[in-house]
Every structure is written in structure tokens, then in C-alpha cells.
Design a protein around this ligand. Structure first.
Ligand SMILES: Cc1cc2nc3c(=O)[nH]c(=O)nc-3n(C[C@H](O)[C@H](O)[C@H](O)COP(=O)(O)O)c2cc1C
Length: 189
């Protein structure tokens, strides 16, 4: 796949085959994250690669009184957790860059996974305290995101429902978010 084929074929995958992911491939996608740019090259990210089946089950589990749409994580052979904290990167006018740095690294990882035929899904809805506890993450760190990683399987009903709810296939037109030279000046590309 060339770069644009990777960009165009990436989509959130919510159903996985039981096939294990080769360690060489996991290493490759982590190396893609390693290459990401960051504020003053601070590289404020940590990745926890979870392969332990019991832990994966725990991560995906419902917590009492918590809505868990991410139950599909249970079938993923690998889950990758992105961890950081504000102090590891810079800030400007109240804008904390650790989130930016981490998001770039995560997207590098996600695109590398796509290029290797693997599926991912950025997960932002989770019970952070619960995950920190089971993964033994120090209290002063934050979990930024997680993603399952595995070989994609045909989309199931849950995946279809989430895609419909999130209107995942829709994208704004360029004319609705690109301005030419100044704010509000439309550019009809
Ligand atoms: C910050 C962020 C948080 C997200 N959280 C979740 C989530 O908790 N569960 C989920 O199934 N998808 C989640 N998604 C995936 C989005 O729903 C998905 O990227 C969007 O609908 C576009 O679909 P696509 O990724 O298939 O192109 C999240 C994506 C982002 C970027």
C-alpha cells in the first residue's frame, strides 16, 4: 500500500480474528510511533502492550453502572494503552501539548498497523481509574487512549451499530473546513 492507500483504507475495526499478531509487526508499529514529532522532542508517551488474555478480558469488562460500548475489546489479541502526563511536554497559553504529541504518535501507530494489514480503533471512552488500577499505572499519569490491535474480521452487529451511531463514513466537505488566506474566506477546491 502506498501512503494514500493506507490513509484511505484506515477505519475503526471492532471485530478481530483470533490470529495472534506477530511480535515483529508489533515492534514495527511501535517504531512508527517512536518516529513521531513532539514538543521539543520530549516524546512524552508510554505504551503498554497488553497480550495477556486475562488482562484483556478485564480491560473489556463492564463495570457496575458504567456503560461499556467497548466490550468488543475482549476479542482483540492485543490492546495498546497510551499513557502520559502534562509535565512531560510543554504548554503555550494554557494549551497542553502532551495530548498533541501523544495523538500524533498514536496516529503513526494506527497508520503503520493499517499498512501491515492490522485493525485498530481509537478508544476514548473508558474508566480511567479502573484501568490504572489493573495496569498498575502510577497515580500521576493519565491514560490518553487505547486501541485494540489484531487482524480484522467481518464487521458484526455491534460494530455496525457504532458506525451508524457515529456516522463514521461521513466527512465534512473541504469547503466546510478549509479557508483561503483568512478566517471565513471559502476556498472552492
Ligand atoms: C478521540 C477519539 C475517541 C474515540 N472513542 C471511541 C470509543 O470509545 N469507542 C469506539 O468504538 N470508537 C471510538 N472512536 C472511534 C470513532 O468513532 C471513529 O474514529 C469515527 O467514527 C470515524 O470512523 P472511522 O475511524 O471508522 O473512520 C474514537 C475516536 C477518537 C479519535
Amino acid at each position: 500500500m502506498n501512503f494514500f492507500e493506507v490513509i484511505n483504507s484506515r477505519h475503526s475495526v471492532r471485530n478481530f480474528s483470533e490470529k495472534d499478531v506477530e511480535e515483529e509487526k508489533i515492534k514495527k508499529i511501535l517504531e512508527a510511533a517512536q518516529k513521531a514529532p513532539s514538543w521539543q522532542n520530549r516524546q512524552p508517551w508510554y505504551f503498554i502492550v497488553v497480550k495477556d488474555k486475562e488482562l484483556i478480558k478485564k480491560i473489556s469488562e463492564f463495570r457496575p453502572l458504567t456503560l461499556n460500548i467497548n466490550i468488543f475489546l475482549k476479542k482483540a489479541p492485543v490492546i495498546i494503552i497510551l499513557v502520559s502526563k502534562r509535565e512531560l511536554s510543554g504548554s503555550r497559553a494554557g494549551l497542553d501539548y502532551f495530548l498533541v504529541d501523544c495523538a500524533i504518535a498514536m496516529e503513526h501507530l494506527i497508520l503503520a498497523a493499517t499498512a501491515l494489514g492490522l485493525g485498530t480503533c481509537w478508544i476514548g471512552a473508558f474508566d480511567e481509574e479502573y484501568l490504572k488500577e489493573i495496569l498498575k499505572i502510577p497515580k500521576d499519569f493519565r491514560i490518553i487512549a487505547l486501541t485494540p490491535l489484531g487482524y480484522p474480521k467481518k464487521e458484526n452487529l455491534l460494530g455496525k451499530a457504532i458506525k451508524t451511531f457515529a456516522q463514521s463514513k461521513k466527512r465534512k466537505e473541504l469547503k466546510d473546513f478549509v479557508f483561503l488566506n483568512e478566517w471565513g474566506k471559502k476556498w472552492e477546491l
